[in-house]
Design a binder for this molecule. Structure first.
Ligand code: S3P
Length: 168
């Protein structure tokens, strides 16, 4: 049974774009946990946060991690909060190699400066909120990760590096 590749990292680090490149180059299928939740719920992530709150979303995210971990040989692109929760790490690690796409905070800030889709960043003190979350989360991502790749290269290059390092 071939292992899944789990893409992890902060919002805006490129999980989805790198994943698409990885999918094209490796021939593996990709499922994005946020897209999986949106499809099952028939709602956008931002609507789920608005209507039911973050902890309800985190339970859906946990269910998605458990369901997707039953698959093998796929790429799973996770939401930026997913692998900061130990229960999700445990679920996905059983059958997956966790790859952290490492991008410095300044580059993330630049990438997300006009973003309106992430509920956690829709606040007046966006920069400060990002810094706090980033500092809290980075050590957790690093603890969960089996492999860390530099995410400042173009997405195709990052995908090729993952193929090389993870021996896909
Ligand atoms: C979140 C990141 C989002 C999405 C939700 C919560 C987070 O995914 O799951 O808005 O907690 O960082 P992306 O990392 O794909 O933006």
């Amino acid at each position: 049974m071939s292992k899944n590749i789990i893409l992890c990292g902060f919002m805006g680090c490129g999980k989805t774009t790198v994943g698409k490149n990885l999918q094209k180059r490796s021939g593996m299928n990709m499922i994005d946990t946020d897209a999986y939740i949106e499809k099952n719920q028939g709602m956008k992530i931002s609507e789920i946060f608005d209507k039911y709150g973050e902890s309800y979303f985190r339970d859906l995210e946990y269910d998605a991690c458990c369901e997707l971990s039953k698959k093998s040989g796929i790429i799973i692109s996770t939401g930026g909060g997913a692998l900061t929760f130990e229960r999700n790490v445990q679920a996905l690690k059983k059958n997956g190699t966790i790859v952290l796409i490492d991008v410095p905070l300044d580059a993330i800030k630049e990438r997300l400066k006009n973003d309106t889709t992430r509920p956690l960043l829709q606040r007046p003190d966006k920069d400060e909120a990002m810094r706090e979350l980033y500092e809290k989360r980075m050590p957790l991502y690093k603890k969960a990760a089996d492999i860390i790749v530099d995410g400042e290269f173009p997405p195709l290059q990052v995908a090729l590096n993952i193929i090389h390092i993870a021996k896909i």
